[in-house]
Design a protein around this ligand. Structure first.
Ligand code: CA
Length: 220
């Protein structure tokens, strides 16, 4: 899972990011509203965590703009406990959840997992396709341990099987927004994964769709 976290309080942001990353959640951080908005409109994130009081643009303004463009990325709003009005506004503008500050980061992790999880997959630890099963907690594919990037890549492919995933999407989703121009990363890591699928003698393959991207599908 990759999220965008927009928060201007540096110490809070550092502490929260540390815990999120330890929980296996990749985080892109923006420290003001303008940067937050420019990242929030990218199709890179599984969820966005948005503080309300921000320099340049408020969290509510970002929320309105993002929803106004028809972007449906799940959004959790953060604000001080006393700002009940902000909570109501946030939910009216299309936020998915709301967390009052101060909050426990474990609570934020739980809310994020709940938002990003597909409804049918409560407490999901394992996602599967064909004869592949990927363990989200152990980061293992059929018991083979994967590197962080391999894991993020296979998770994205297994969650979207039989659909072409563009190289640009995979790059942004796995490597984050600051990785422009490094699109051979995707090729390299796809080749690592293919070797692992071969080793597993899997009935699943990663097909290259010329000039479009990659698709996880069953071998014929
Ligand atoms: Ca703030």
């Amino acid at each position: 899972m990759r999220i965008l976290y927009v928060e201007d309080e540096k110490y809070l942001a550092d502490a929260v990011i540390h815990v999120l990353e330890k929980s296996g959640i990749s985080v892109d951080h923006a420290a003001d509203g303008e940067e937050g908005l420019s990242l929030a409109v990218k199709p890179t994130y599984d969820a966005i965590v948005l503080d309300i009081m921000l320099p340049k643009l408020s969290g509510l303004e970002i929320l309105k703009d993002v929803r106004g463009r028809g972007i449906k990325t799940p959004i959790i709003m953060l604000s001080a406990l006393s700002q009940v009005e902000d909570k109501i506004k946030g939910l009216n503008y299309g936020a998915d959840d709301y967390l009052a500050k101060p909050f426990k980061t474990s609570e934020l992790v739980a809310r994020l997992r709940a938002l990003v999880r597909r409804p049918a997959l409560q407490d999901e630890k394992i996602i599967s396709y064909g004869d592949l099963y990927y363990n989200l907690e152990e980061r293992s594919l059929n018991d083979i341990h994967l590197s962080e990037k391999e894991a993020a890549l296979i998770e994205t492919l297994i969650r979207n099987p039989d659909h072409v995933q563009s190289k640009e999407f995979l790059l942004a989703h796995v490597w984050g927004s600051d990785s422009a121009g490094e699109d051979n990363y995707v090729e390299v890591y796809i080749s690592y994964l293919r070797k692992k699928l071969e080793k597993l003698k899997s009935n699943v393959k990663i097909k290259t769709i010329r000039s479009l991207g990659y698709k996880l599908c069953l071998k014929n």
